[in-house]
Design a protein. Structure first.
Ligand SMILES: NC(=O)c1ccc[n+]([C@@H]2O[C@H](COP(=O)([O-])OP(=O)(O)OC[C@H]3O[C@@H](n4cnc5c(N)ncnc54)[C@H](O)[C@@H]3O)[C@@H](O)[C@H]2O)c1
Length: 268
């Protein structure tokens, strides 16, 4: 699918991968509603869009709240028309290890999974009617492999992959396109802020492969959308890791334990 002239919503667009996506979409001729819990970066995206005035609109919203998701969709429809592309990109790296506090699990489930389900519930009926629509889920390589050092992140990203997969199987023949973005390290707050991923989890990501820039990831997303490709792997080696996991699960788990032990043995 070409994105020019399409109406897009990008969640978690105040920074990182989301803001890079919003900029690339606007540059490619899409009308973009960019939304985030944290309004700080939003206006800059709208203002920075000098070459495409009026192509982007900023809305502060919390995707863990169903009513706010509905309101963002409504705002986009009023400003630009029916939504064609939805980027469920907002994410939290809540928690490390097993987490005894249910509130941490709830936050990860709400933002990383339920937000995708809630948006899809609102958009899919219209997309089926129109025979067209594109849902792009930002999951993670952690959703195909695992996230050393964070059970909530690992589990919710697996769920995001599972939901995207299910959407594609169920509605693909009705014109609904779905892609699932599964990067390893990307140079954003989520990876670099001490308050986000735990030190072990962040080290697991940065040691496993190169850390890409958000703009490189956004480039991969737009290319994959043109090709209507389900799995988006900005780090191609993730495919090889995923194949190893599928080929011999027990061997893969033993390898991951060894990898974790090596990370824990490093001075912090
Ligand atoms: N950075 C990485 O290494 C990496 C790797 C794989 C996947 N991801 C995923 O990419 C996505 C984007 O993250 P990023 O790396 O750009 O980090 P980021 O922290 O820059 O962006 C995440 C954005 O989501 C927003 N957000 C958090 N909770 C929200 C809520 N309740 N409502 C609305 N917005 C909310 C944050 O304010 C933030 O702007 C996330 O889903 C993340 O899990 C990141």
């Amino acid at each position: 699918m070409h994105v020019a002239q399409k109406v897009a919503i990008v969640t978690g667009g105040g920074g990182g991968i989301g803001s890079a996506l919003a900029r690339k979409l606007a540059a490619a001729g899409a009308k973009v509603v960019v939304t985030d819990l944290d309004a700080t970066g939003l206006d800059e995206i709208v203002r920075g869009d000098a070459d495409h005035p009026g192509a982007a609109l900023a809305v502060q919203a919390d995707v863990s709240d169903d009513a706010q998701i509905a309101s963002v969709i409504e705002t986009a429809e009023k400003a630009f028309g029916p939504v064609d592309l939805y980027f469920a990109n907002a994410g939290v790296a809540a928690g490390d290890e097993l987490e005894s506090d249910d509130a941490v699990w709830d936050l990860a489930l709400d933002v990383n999974v339920r937000a995708h389900i809630r948006a899809a519930r609102r958009l899919i009926p219209g997309w089926i009617e129109r025979g067209e629509g594109y849902f792009v889920s930002t999951a993670s390589a952690a959703g195909l492999l695992t996230q050393i050092g964070s059970a909530p992140y690992s589990v919710t990203k697996h769920a995001a992959v599972g939901f995207a997969e299910w959407l594609s199987v169920t509605y693909g023949d009705k014109g609904v396109r779905v892609s699932c973005l599964c990067p390893m390290g990307v140079n954003t707050k989520l990876l670099t802020d001490d308050a986000a991923l735990s030190a072990t989890a962040a080290r697991a990501v940065t040691t496993a492969g190169s850390v890409l820039e958000p703009s490189e990831v956004a480039e991969c997303v737009l290319a994959a959308m043109e090709a209507e490709q389900f799995l988006i792997l900005p780090h191609p080696e993730v495919l090889e890791m995923y194949r190893h996991k599928g080929a011999d699960y027990d061997r893969w788990i033993r390898g991951m334990r060894r990898y974790q032990a090596s990370l824990l043995a490093q001075p912090s």
